[in-house]
Design a protein around this ligand. Structure first.
Ligand SMILES: Nc1ncnc2c1ncn2[C@@H]1O[C@H](COP(=O)(O)OP(=O)(O)OP(=O)(O)O)[C@@H](O)[C@H]1O
Ligand SMILES: [Mg+2]
Length: 510
């Protein structure tokens, strides 16, 4: 790399000047100036659709800016493609993992790295050994010979991170990397990030969690509506300052759930078992009740939800819906019985990428928009428009492909889809993951309204404050078993965590 003669220790690693980006006629980034120093961890914050990922993609050569310039160590650079970025030492870990599902972990780790050996003479033994070494170094325990398909989202994310690290980059951009990780994995990742910073590398860290920014980052930059609002040392801003800068207004008071009248049992689960995955799960959710399901990532909560919805049915146990015993073996059957399920991996499971936003939002209510079989476009539009307004989904047009929306806005659209089905039992799996602070409040209101209207709600969440504030009762799972069923009064940060952490189960029994 040839550096400009003027480079000094103070020259930023990256200087962005006047960066703007238009998609069609819409300007989604406007005149962004930003300097990234060597050896700093720099947070990018902003509401869903504020432009964080777009800016990251411009740095990484995925998008070309419409205007503006970039300099690396004081020297102007054109990052015309991801390959150019890689050569310049810039790596982006995407918001949605883009690994190759059929290849092994080890193969994924070496992909994109320019090896010297000609095709056809791939040194697999060495690749496997190197991959194992890298994973050990990072403290990640994954069998590197396994195919990526079948790994949890968290493990896939760790492999993405390992791949970025293997490539010896000087700028590593992590776009919402912690969302699917357990607290331990987050700590591992933070340890890695700090080590990289201490080696003088630069990390850009995108997240919606302020506590992570405080724990890890040196400086923050806040985006709003495509503009850079501020760059500041983290110590100089309070949480209230950050939120005000992000959303441009004070945060609405939330988490004051109006108690709904609790009615009859809507969902009753007894002895539900899927060997090796979960066993003997029993609980009830009543009409008007919000029941939380807490626990660590990997405790089996999603598996229980998938079993209830017929995606991967349990092998024994009974499920009773509105007083009638049912054996649910397919999602279509679950939907017909009044169940709705907002899956955790919405980006993968829920989205029809080539269809428009309005088609995606109304996809689960064909009966409402096409009475008699003919789709009523006006009706479809009204329903979709209403959801867009309520959840403040940021888009250019209801007719644009959903894949063009920001990550958080895609999630909101899928949430909207299931809220429209007006189910009698609604199962939500980490519904607020990736959703900005400003919209969470609206979302909590909507959940409260649904409960007040007599819906039974099962809320899987790893966010303790969310569980404690919203739920009438909190169930906790650990290693495939139900370890606690806590009333609102009994549920505290401590009681939930104690039941969630595997080793302490005997202590509880004692
Ligand atoms: N390929 C595209 N075509 C059209 N519009 C796009 C495209 N990519 C992004 N946008 C728009 O640009 C805006 C900024 O999106 P971006 O993904 O940068 O937001 P973000 O800050 O990362 O949000 P989130 O927190 O939801 O991930 C959004 O309004 C989005 O719809
Ligand atoms: Mg994004």
């Amino acid at each position: 790399m040839t550096n400009a003669a003027t480079t000094t220790a103070d020259t930023p690693l990256i200087s962005a000047r006047g960066i703007s980006k238009q998609f069609a006629a819409i300007e989604v980034l406007r005149d962004v100036d930003l300097d990234l120093g060597r050896g700093e961890i720099h947070a990018l914050l902003g509401e869903n659709g504020a432009g964080k990922s777009t800016f990251a993609k411009i740095l990484a050569g995925v998008h070309r800016p419409s205007r503006g310039s970039l300099a690396l160590n004081g020297t102007p650079v054109e990052v015309t493609s991801p390959i150019v970025a890689q050569k310049l030492g810039i790596t982006l870990i995407h918001q949605e993992p883009i690994s190759f599902p059929d290849l092994s972990v080890a193969e994924n780790l070496v992909l994109g790295r320019t090896g010297g050996s000609p095709l056809g003479r791939v040194p697999w033994a060495r690749i496997t050994r190197d991959a194992n070494q890298l994973m050990n170094l990072l403290g990640i325990r994954i069998d590197v010979t396994r195919p990526m398909r079948g790994l949890s989202i968290a493990d896939q994310q760790m492999v993405e991170i390992a791949r970025a690290l293997a490539s010896d980059s000087r700028l590593i951009i992590m776009d919402e990397p912690t969302a699917p990780l357990t607290p331990n994995e987050v700590e591992t990742l933070f340890g890695i990030a700090r080590r990289l910073r201490d080696e003088g590398r630069t990390i850009v860290f995108i997240t919606h969690r302020l506590e992570e920014v405080r724990a890890l980052c040196d400086r923050v930059t806040i985006f709003r509506d495509g503009s850079k609002i501020a760059t500041e040392e983290i110590g100089k801003l309070s949480d209230a300052d950050i939120i005000r800068l992000m959303i441009g207004r004070p945060l609405k008071e939330y988490m004051h759930k109006t108690r709904a009248a609790i009615g009859e049992v809507a969902l009753k689960v007894e002895g539900l078992t899927l060997p090796g995955v979960f066993s003997d799960i029993s609980f009830e959710v009543r009409k008007g009740e919000i029941v939380g399901l807490g626990g660590l990532v990997g405790a089996g909560r999603t598996d229980v939800a998938r079993a209830l919805f017929g995606v991967a049915p349990a092998t024994s146990g009974t499920v009773t819906i509105n007083g009638k015993a049912e054996v649910i073996t397919e999602p279509s059957q679950a939907i017909a019985l009044g169940l709705a399920f907002v899956p955790e991996d919405r980006a993968v499971a829920g989205i029809f990428r080539t269809l428009s936003v309005e088609e995606n939002i109304t996809a689960a209510v064909p009966g409402q928009i096409a009475p008699g079989g003919m789709i009523k476009r006006a009706l479809e539009r009204t329903l979709a428009q209403d959801s867009v307004r309520k959840l403040r989904i940021r888009l250019a047009s209801l007719r644009q492909p959903i894949g063009e929306l920001s990550g958080g806005n895609q999630q909101k659209a899928i949430l909207a889809r299931w809220l429209l089905t007006d189910p009698s039992v609604l199962i939500l799996d980490e519904p607020t993951r990736g959703i900005d602070i400003g919209v969470k409040a609206e979302f909590y209101d909507m959940i409260g309204e649904l409960a007040a209207a007599g819906r039974a709600i099962l809320l899987i969440s790893s966010e303790l404050p969310e569980l404690l504030a919203l739920c009438d009762r909190v169930l906790v799972m650990s290693e495939g078993r139900l370890t606690a069923n806590l009333s609102r009064a009994e549920a505290t940060q401590e009681s939930v965590m104690r039941a969630a952490v595997p080793q302490t189960r005997e202590t509880i029994a004692a």
